[in-house]
Design a protein. Sequence first.
Length: 212
Amino acid sequence: MRAALVVAAALAVTACAEVTPLERVDKSVIEVSPLQTVRTDELVDVGKRGTFVLVDVANRGAAEALVTLAGHWEDAAGTSLGALRRETLRIPPGGRRTFALVDAALAERPTAAVARIDVIDAAVPPTRSPIRITDGKVYSDQGRAVVAAYVVNTAPRGGKAVVIAGFYDAGGKPMTRPFTLFEIGAETRLPVRFVGPPGSKTAYIFVGDVVY
């Protein structure tokens, strides 16, 4: 199980269909958490080290939202250091998702102190994702949070889904965002389990990219 982040985590369901404008969501209902974690680690998808920021975003609205974030780095003096890659995720109404915004140049930023993050776009997804997470449970094991659930595909055809976990410390600050790629058959239910880093206290699992 790969324990870094999805560099290209724009959520989408691939299909051959005419593109139509999406219904917009009022961006005022999309809330970016002030708690964030700036890390430099291996970027699994590109095979090199880079700096990224983990941050939670909540959807306070009544409809599911397809949310896109972007932003830039600042050092301790407030000097801009470079841009962040955009990331898009579905967020259910009343729910949250952990975003991982990667340095746009896939570079290490040792002086980055904070990420200034903007909600670039929010829209109602055209369809509901047929792959979802059910029966999630979190427990502690030797000082680490462990989260387990099922990945369920309700569609009449198989597909692939990036399944992601978010782990938090005792103060609710994001620690890691591991992921794994699931190939899941039609109308199938598969178990999934993630083990967090030392000191992790809570966790959850959600679905990222979906491809049919």
